[in-house]
Each structure stands twice: as structure tokens, then as C-alpha cells.
Design a protein around this ligand. Structure first.
Ligand code: NTF
Length: 839
């Protein structure tokens, strides 16, 4: 139809669809227009939140222009694309990030100042998009930022949960959970695509027929259908026109009315079905590093992978290529085992619907997928019970059994007569009932498997995937050390330090090439520079002290050493060991004379993090921290020498205040348990120093910044097994200092000791699985070294500068480049004002 338009109509469209300019007046006009028309409010008497909404809508207009341009150009260029499948995208706030990445923050700041508002207050009005639990979800968000910044043709696929990770409040020292209904006010950072709606089936049965060539064909007839509706979240790159997309699916009932129920007059039943459909994307499961095993979670996983694959296939089919070209056009990265069903779904679509042979289909599947493992903890390994699975996905179960059969036949051929090996490697665990091991399925269906830090990638080769390395060979198993985006975690979170760095290095190129930070190494001997560096840290500590005052009602001195441990609460992360040391420190101070006290380094110990709602021991750790805080903070014998705070509801935007303000941060997991950690990178990038174990990415951070600039303690990963054995069978006694701490708790120094008995029991000799006692003495020693080092302020600042200067490796830009070159084989495509250009 449009081809018939007269020339003038085309020209009119072209003229009118020119982008809005980015000068102060145009921006102010757009803000006021959104206030008066979109929000339908008077142009005066606005509160900060309404101002935020209007500024967000104006920013959104600019985002959408870029998004449209990028997506149009990508359709025309049709390069190989990377699809990042993640059940979690922990994006946090969007406005500040969007303005900075588009280079519009200053102009917007000026625009709204003249309109009577302050940028900081407006930014603070935004609620976090908290669609993730912790490290895994935030990693996905950092990777999306880097992919956009480096001009990779990348899309994320996830779920649009109505409820993000719960809000945490502390009541009587205990964690209580409140629903995070983040969509209460309209979400300006998404574009609802109600036209993009995909049918996803569940249940039903499989029809088996013979085709005209005598081949058996399978046709899955689902019992119920739901709709997946697309919501697109634009992801602008930094200093590029490129704007990528995260497509989040929302579940809706199918429009087709349930006729059976209707005819039976069962109106309630049909409404109930509709409600059940909407439930699928209702809530994010709040478990980090543990598996809940709920049926609804499996439904989420299939709903999401089926909708995403359908979308990917539809896009591929537009190009009229052969199926064998699929892996040259499409790379799919599986963020943990959560999206592993995508492997099965693609095999099903190719065999049952596109009529490819099993082998041709499987060849395409395994060339398309790659899998990232994020943990070795046994309780986190995803397994699904076969009966439940069969009821929800009968055809997929058949395919999994076939994949397993063909796989085990090949293993058997290479290693004949080894039943033990077949049992260990099988995708099906022979338990009662049988279980599907999703990690095995992910390995078998992928061409590359990666861990997230060097130690972790080696560990998975010798433990959970050892047999698979023997079978496939070493090359399939690679390392991709995690990274973080310097745009959010330095430029945005620490604007003063970012400005000082740009001023020192003569520009902001370092934000796209973080190795340039090395230039700061020359500045350690410059006293004026060190002074500036120290002032900025102090200003950040003042800001955090204000947050602590508002949220915890505790006054802390910014001159004390700020000691931070913020992350999910988990036994393996050992917040328990940290608070036990705090008690030790408290007892030591209490036993001192006034003269001795004068030489104590004052400390503020800051905790934050959520415990999974069903994780009883982790929740008791929170209670203990708060009980200790209550006693210590009120003890006049201690005063400012020691303060303890638990910052409630730790999330991305709280992290943006805490990270730049730490002197010391704690990354103290039992060696071999933390796959990587990513907050360790954020703290060090901001000139914070680590006290930590030789675990995860701490090891590589040490290698980059040098052992003089990090406080390492505790046993090494290869010693863990022997230590556990020694403690279990040779009755190694508890560390004496730890014994003293436990006795103090048991005497009732911090509330009724009965409360903490289950926690103390985890330390019983022979049962201390996370080796708190074994590491306690070296932990105390490392803390003493921290105190001594902090007293030499000039040297401390030098360490701090060297930390920042040598963190270039940990940019997520480096990580995604490695994925692109070594796993995905995708190239950047730059977006230009018109047309496209392959780099
Ligand atoms: C987490 N894993 C690990 O526990 C962290 O060490 C790591 O930094 C992040 O992944 C990102 O790689 C998980 O959340 C999961 F799901 F695997 F348990």
C-alpha cells in the first residue's frame, strides 16, 4: 500500500520523523509536554516523583529513537546475532545510566535545574528493576551494557516478573519479606509490544504416526495454551548510537475462550485457567545458589525458552536461508542451567515441525548453544523429577530420553563396560523418582562450557564435569572470567572519582578501554593527587554515613575505617565468620585499658544482603548481626571504636552508594565455593581494598594488583578436603579465640542464647563444613594487618590508587569480547545515522 504513496507523503513522513534535538530548550519543552499531556498534570506544583516521570518519559523518547534505528539497521544487515538467555536481569535504576550512556546527563541536569528540580532528587525517585537475586542477574545486566557499548548485535531474553526480589525489612532484628510490586506506577523503561504474542503449550499428549516414507513422526498436542507477550527494554551503549534490546515475556491467557467450560456453564473454571496463565510470570524465585524445585518454576523456564526460540526462529526464517546456516546466524548463550530446555525445544521444532532428521537437527542444536556454569554447590544443581516433567512436557521428556540414549551409546563405545561411568554421566539420575540433571543436558547440548573465573573453570573440570572432560576432551571447557561495567560501577556510582581520572588521563577513553587506568600508577607519588583521591573517598563515606543514619538510625564517623560485606547471605560466604570476628574485636576492646584503647583503629562494620526466605540458618545470621549491633553500638566502653550496622534491603541502587565508600570489603568464602564474585571487582575498581580468601576472582584480582594491595588469609581450595577430613576424623579442636566468642554468645551477651543455638551447632567439631574454625586465626591476623596498614594513610592511599589502576582486566567489555571471539563468533556492527556498516 505504502508503495503507492505520492512522493510528497513520503517526504512529509521523512521530515516529521526527524529526531528531536538535544539542546536545553528542546529538552525542557519535551519534559513540560510530558508533564502536561502524558501525565496530565499542572506544569507547577510537581513533586520529585512526577518530575522523575516526566524526565524519564523524555529520556525514553530519545532511547526509542536509537532503539528503532538500531533494530531497523540490524534487520537490514542481518548479521550473526547473539542471544543471551537469562532468567534474571538485575538492572537497577535506568535513568541515570541512560542519560550518561547517551551523553545527555549534563544537558538534562541543566534543563531540570532551570525548571526548579535537582537531578539527584529526581534520580532518587526511580524504583529499582530488581528482576534478579544477586551476582548472576547483575552479571547479565553488565554484559548487556558491554554488548551494546561494543556494538554487538545482541538481544537478551528473560521474563517480566510482576514481583522482583522481595523487599527486606528488619523487624526485631529478623528479616521479614515484603512483595516488590515494582510496576505499581507505569514503567517507562519498557515498550509493550502487544502485537508480538506467542502461544506456548503445556501438558496434553503426544500423537505418534507414520509418514508416507514409513518414518515415525511425533506431534505434541498440548492440553493448555498460554500467550507470551513481549515487553522490550532498550539498552543504550556508552558513546555509540547502538541501542540493543532485552525482550521480557509476560504471560497472558489465550484469547480463545475455553469452550468446554463455557458450554458446561463453568464460568469460574475458565476464569481460573486465565488466572493460572497470568501466574507464570508473576514472581521471581528468591533463591540464590539453591534450587527450589517448584513446578511453577519449571513452567517459567519452559514458557520463557519456548517463546524466545519461537521469536529467534521467526527472525531467522525471514532471511530465507537453509537450516544448516542457522548456527552461522544464531548463537545462544545459556546463563546457567535455567534455560537448558531451549536445547530440547530447538531439537523438537527442527525434528517434529521442520522435518529435519534427528542427526541434522542435533548438529545444528549443538553448534548453536553454549553454556555458562556459575556454581559448584551441590544444593544449587538443577534437577527435575521425571513424573512432574512428563506431566508438563511429555514430548520434551521423550526427546531428553533420546538425547541421553544416543549420548550414552557413544560413551559406551569409547569406554566399554563401565557401568559406573554411564551412571555418573547419564542425564537421568536413577533415583526414586528419576531426576533430570539439567547440567548434564546443558553440557551435552552445547559446543562450549565455561566457568566464570580461572579457579572455578578449573574446578568444574576436576569435579562436576570431570567425566565429560574425559569424553569430550579439554577444548570444550573454557574459562571466561566475569567482568563489570565501568560505566555504572565507576562513572555513574562514583562521579567525582571518574572526573578525577578523566582529568588525570586527559579524557574519558578509559571508560571504553579500562586498561588505560594503568596510567594512574604514575600518580602514586604525587601528594596532591593522593590528597584529591583521599578527599573523594571521604566524601563518598560521608554520603554512606547519611544513608546509614536514615536507614539504620546509627551515627557513624566517616573518619573510622569502613569495613563492608554486602552480598546474599549464605553459609558459604561466611557472614557468620565476619560477625564472630566482630564479637572477638568487641571483647578485645572491652578488656583494654584506656591507654590501650587509644591505639585501637576505629571501625564501622557494615553488613547488607538478603537471605532466601526459606533459608533458616542464613536468617539467623541476620538476627545475630542485629543483636550484636544493638549491644555494641550502645556500649559506652566502646564508643566510636566499633560500630556495627546492617543496612536493610540491599539492592543495586544501595550498592551504588556503598561500593565507592568502602575502605575494606570482605570476600571471605571458603576456598573453592564462590565461583567468581563480582562485587569484589566493583570495590577494588573504586579504590577499595579487599580482605579475602584465595577464591573465585579474588585470585585474579591479586595477580593484577599485586599481593601488597590485598589482604589474603585462609586455606586454599586444594586443602579444603583434607581439612574437613582432619576435623571429622581426627577431632581437631575448635580455635581458642573462636571458642571464647562462642562462650560469650552462650552466656547471653547478645540476647537469649537459645535463639542462636542452631547457628552455633554448625560449628560443632567435625561439622564445621565451611571451615570457620580452621580459618579463624588467619582471619584475625589479616584483620590486624588491615588496622596497621590503615594507620599509614599515605601508603594506604597509594594502595588504593594501585587497586583502581590495575583493574582493567575486569571490565565486562573484556569478558564479552572473549565470549564473542572464542565462543559466539559474532562481530560488531556499527549503527550509523543512515544505512549500516560492518566493522
Ligand atoms: C553466582 N552463581 C556465583 O555464586 C558468583 O560467585 C558469581 O559471581 C555469579 O554467579 C556470576 O557468575 C549463582 O548465582 C548461581 F545461580 F549459580 F547459583
Amino acid at each position: 500500500e505504502r508503495a503507492k504513496w505520492p512522493k510528497e507523503t513520503f517526504e512529509l513522513w521523512e521530515r516529521l520523523s526527524k529526531k528531536e534535538a538535544n539542546d536545553v530548550e528542546t529538552i525542557q519543552k519535551s519534559i513540560v509536554r510530558h508533564v502536561t499531556t502524558t501525565l496530565a498534570r499542572a506544569a507547577f506544583n510537581l513533586d520529585n516523583f512526577s518530575a522523575y516521570q516526566a524526565v524519564a518519559l523524555s529520556t525514553r523518547d530519545r532511547l526509542i529513537s536509537r532503539w528503532n534505528e538500531t533494530q531497523g539497521q540490524m534487520s537490514r544487515a542481518d548479521p550473526k546475532r547473539i542471544y543471551y538467555l537469562s532468567l534474571e536481569f538485575l538492572l537497577g535504576r535506568s535513568m541515570d545510566n541512560a542519560l550518561l550512556n547517551m551523553g545527555l546527563k549534563e544537558t538534562y541536569g541543566k534543563s531540570i535545574r532551570q525548571l526548579g528540580f535537582n537531578m539527584e532528587d529526581v534520580i532518587e525517585s526511580e524504583v529499582d528493576a530488581a528482576l534478579g537475586n544477586g551476582g548472576l542477574g547483575r552479571l547479565a545486566a553488565c554484559y548487556m551494557d558491554s554488548l551494546a557499548t561494543l556494538d554487538y548485535p545482541a538481544w537478551g531474553y528473560g521474563l517480566r516478573y510482576n514481583y522482583g526480589i522481595f523487599q527486606q525489612r528488619i523487624i526485631d532484628g529478623y528479616q521479614t519479606e515484603y512483595p516488590d510490586y515494582w510496576l505499581n506506577f507505569d514503567n517507562p523503561w519498557e515498550l509493550p509490544r502487544l502485537d508480538i504474542s506467542i502461544t506456548v503449550g503445556f501438558g496434553g499428549h503426544v500423537q505418534t504416526t507414520q509418514d508416507e516414507y514409513g518414518q515415525t513422526r511425533h506431534n505434541w498436542v498440548p492440553g493448555t495454551n498460554v500467550q507470551a507477550v513481549a515487553y522490550d527494554v532498550p539498552v543504550p551503549g556508552y558513546d555509540t548510537e547502538n541501542c540493543n534490546n532485552i525482550r521480557l515475556w509476560r504471560s497472558k491467557p489465550t484469547k480463545v475462550f475455553d469452550l468446554t467450560s463455557f458450554n458446561e456453564g463453568n464460568y469460574e473454571k475458565s476464569v481460573e485457567d486465565a488466572t493460572n496463565a497470568e501466574k507464570i510470570t508473576s514472581v521471581l524465585y528468591p533463591n540464590d545458589n539453591t534450587m527450589a524445585g517448584k513446578e511453577l518454576r519449571l513452567k517459567q523456564q519452559y514458557f520463557w525458552t519456548a517463546a524466545s526460540l519461537h521469536d529467534i526462529l521467526r527472525r531467522f526464517k525471514k532471511s530465507m536461508r537453509e537450516w544448516s546456516d542457522f548456527p552461522d546466524q544464531v548463537a545462544i548463550q545459556l546463563n546457567d542451567t535455567h534455560p537448558t530446555l531451549a536445547i530440547v525445544e530447538l531439537q523438537r521444532l527442527l525434528v517434529d515441525q521442520e522435518m529435519l532428521s534427528w542427526d541434522d537437527a542435533w548438529d545444528i542444536v549443538t553448534k548453536t548453544f553454549a553454556f555458562t556454569n556459575h556454581t559448584v554447590l551441590p544444593e544449587a544443581m538443577e534437577k527435575w523429577s521425571v513424573p512432574m516433567f512428563e506431566y508438563l512436557l511429555p514430548r520434551h521428556l521423550q526427546i531428553i530420553f533420546d538425547i541421553n540414549l544416543f549420548f550414552l551409546q557413544k560413551v559406551e563405545k569409547m569406554f566399554p563396560n563401565d557401568r559406573g561411568l554411564l551412571n555418573r554421566m547419564s542425564i537421568i539420575e536413577e533415583a526414586q523418582p528419576q531426576q533430570i540433571r539439567m547440567a548434564h543436558l546443558a553440557v551435552v547440548g552445547s559446543h562450549k562450557v565455561n566457568g566464570v573465573a580461572a579457579l572455578h573453570s578449573n574446578l568444574i573440570k576436576t569435579t562436576i564435569f570431570h567425566d565429560f572432560v574425559t569424553y569430550y576432551g579439554e577444548d570444550k571447557f573454557v574459562n571466561k572470567t566475569n567482568g563489570i561495567t565501568p560505566r555504572r560501577w565507576l562513572h555513574q556510582a562514583n562521579p567525582q572519582l571518574s572526573a578525577l581520572i578523566s582529568q588525570t588521563l586527559g579524557g574519558d577513553k578509559w571508560l571504553k578501554d579500562l586498561s588505560l587506568l594503568k596510567g594512574l600508577n604514575d600518580k602514586t607519588e604525587d601528594a596532591v593527587f593522593r590528597q584529591r583521591w583521599a578527599e573523594i573517598k571521604r566524601a563518598n563515606k560521608v554520603r554512606l554515613a547519611e544513608l546509614i543514619k536514615t536507614r539504620c538510625d546509627v551515627e557513624v564517623s566517616p573518619d573510622a575505617l569502613f569495613d563492608v560485606q554486602v552480598k546474599r547471605i549464605h553459609e558459604y560466604k561466611r557472614q557468620f565468620m565476619n560477625i564472630l570476628y566482630v564479637i572477638h574485636r568487641y571483647r578485645t576492646i572491652k578488656s583494654m585499658s584506656a591507654a590501650q584503647k587509644a591505639s585501637v583503629q576505629p571501625r564501622v562494620v557494615i553488613f547488607g544482603g538478603k537471605a532466601a526466605p526459606g533459608y533458616y540458618i542464613a536468617k539467623l545470621v541476620i538476627k545475630l548481626i542485629n543483636s550484636v549491633a544493638k549491644v555494641v553500638n550502645q556500649d559506652p566502653a566502646v564508643g566510636d571504636l566499633l560500630k556495627v550496622v546492617f543496612v536493610p534491603d540491599y539492592n543495586v541502587s544501595v550498592a551504588e552508594v556503598i561500593v565507592p565508600a568502602s575502605d575494606i570489603s570482605q570476600h571471605i568464602s571458603t576456598a573453592g565455593t564462590e565461583a567468581s564474585g563480582t562485587s569484589n571487582m566493583k570495590f577494588v575498581l573504586n579504590g577499595g581494598i579487599i580482605i579475602g580468601t584465595l577464591d573465585g576472582a579474588n585470585i585474579e584480582i591479586l595477580e593484577e594488583i599485586g599481593e601488597e594491595n590485598i589482604f589474603i588469609f585462609g586455606c586454599m581450595a586444594h586443602e579444603v578436603e583434607d581439612l574437613r577430613h582432619a576435623q571429622r576424623y581426627r577431632g581437631v579442636p575448635m580455635d581458642p579465640a573462636l571458642q571464647g566468642v562462642i562462650s560469650a554468645i552462650e552466656r547471653g551477651t547478645f540476647e537469649d542464647p537459645k535463639i542462636f543455638q542452631p547457628l552455633i551447632s554448625t560449628l560443632t567439631v567435625g561439622k564445621d563444613f565451611y571451615l570457620i574454625s580452621a580459618d579463624f586465626a588467619s582471619y584475625i591476623a589479616a584483620n590486624q594487618q588491615v588496622d596497621a596498614a590503615y594507620k599509614k594513610q599515605a601508603d594506604w592511599i597509594k594502595k588504593s590508587i594501585r587497586c583502581t589502576a590495575n583493574m582493567g582486566k575486569f571490565s565486562s567489555d573484556r569478558s564479552v569480547k572473549e565470549y564473542a571471539d572464542e565462543i559466539w563468533n559474532v562481530k560488531p556492527v556499527s549503527v550509523v545515522d543512515e544505512g549500516y556498516m560492518a566493522k
